[in-house]
Each structure stands twice: as C-alpha cells, then as structure tokens.
Design a protein around this ligand. Structure first.
Ligand SMILES: [Zn+2]
Length: 193
C-alpha cells in the first residue's frame, strides 16, 4: 500500500498510521480506519493536534473538494476511539482463537520469558499495586518486550477472553501484539491533552 499524507502536518505515513475522512451526500463527515467508504478522502494522523488543525475552517472542505458541515474534533475523536476499540477487540478475539493469549498476571509473566516472541499488555484500570509488580517482574526479563498499556478496561478485555476481568495478558504473536499496541497508542494520541 502506498503512503498517505496527513492534511494537517503534511507528513507521509503508512495507511495504518492515518485515519480517513470522507463527506457524505449531505455534507456530513465520516471518519474511518480503512479506505472503505466511497468518494474522495482526506487523511490525518491519530493526533489531537493534527485532528484540530484538519478541522479548522476551510481545511477539510478544501482537501475533500466538497461542501461539508465541519464536525467537532471531539465528535470525530469519539467515533475513532469507538472504531479503534472494536478493532482491538477483533484483534484480541483473533489472538484468543489462535491460542496465543496467556491471560492473568501469573500466566502472563510465565509466558513473557526473556527473548520470547510477543508482548505483555496491561489494562487501563489495572490496580496500581499490580501494575507496579508486573512492571518490576517484567523488567527482570527482556528490555525489548516492555509491557504495553492497553486503552481498554479489564472487564472489556475479559469479555473477549471468555469471562472474568483480565488486567494482564501476554500475546505470543509478534505481529498481532504490534498491531494491538499501535491501535491502543492511537486511542491515547486522540485523547485531549
Ligand atoms: Zn499529522
């Protein structure tokens, strides 16, 4: 896939690093993660700063070459966060079916052996004490596999993994783990500073 350019900062990036906005027939604006919606699209980084600049008067209309009702930045951010949340759930579900998930603190830390393939994830509402312990124990292992913060609650993670809330898990699939970490960092980057 060719690189795309952010209409705000003008940086070029691979498609998965940008989201796309298109105008609907009534001038309403939709945001999407992939290039599925028909029509001329405008790309933007997953950054609150770029989103704000992209939506500044005239910018998006010019990029889309269309009359639009400029949406509020927090509306687009909320819609993207919801899409990203569902995307992350889909990736976690795929990992669960592939049996590359070790859920729960002890199982996850056992699976996160030094030099092993994959990554540890911490749910956003993991208790501070547990978080500290996991970070301490994980830091004894491989530096490159530092735990990733997942912008998702323990309950929501647990629902994907078959039941009880899950605050810590290990994904033993480098590519899935990388994609989950990227999508989660995009949720964080959209949050207002
Ligand atoms: Zn940008």
């Amino acid at each position: 896939m060719p690189e795309r350019m952010c209409i705000a900062c003008r940086k070029k990036a691979p498609p998965e690093s940008l989201f796309r906005m298109v105008a609907g027939p009534g001038g309403e604006v939709y945001a999407e993660l992939d290039s599925r919606l028909p029509g001329r699209g405008a790309y933007c980084c997953f950054r609150a700063e770029c989103l704000n600049r992209a939506l500044a008067p005239g910018n998006l209309a010019r990029a889309l070459r269309s009359e639009i009702t400029a949406p509020a930045a927090d509306e687009i951010a909320a819609s993207l966060c919801s899409l990203l949340g569902r995307r992350i759930e889909g990736l976690l579900g795929a990992a669960w079916r592939k049996k590359v998930v070790s859920a729960g603190r002890d199982a996850a830390l056992r699976a996160a052996r030094p030099g092993g393939v994959g990554r540890l994830f911490l749910a956003e509402d993991l208790a501070a004490g547990s978080r500290e312990e996991v970070l301490k124990r994980a830091s004894l292992g491989d530096e490159s596999a530092s735990p990733a913060e997942l912008k998702m609650t323990m309950e929501r993670v647990g629902a994907v993994f078959g039941g009880r809330p899950v605050g810590v898990f290990f994904l033993a699939d480098a590519s899935l783990a990388e994609t989950v970490a990227l999508r989660s960092s995009q949720v964080s980057a959209l949050a207002p500073a």
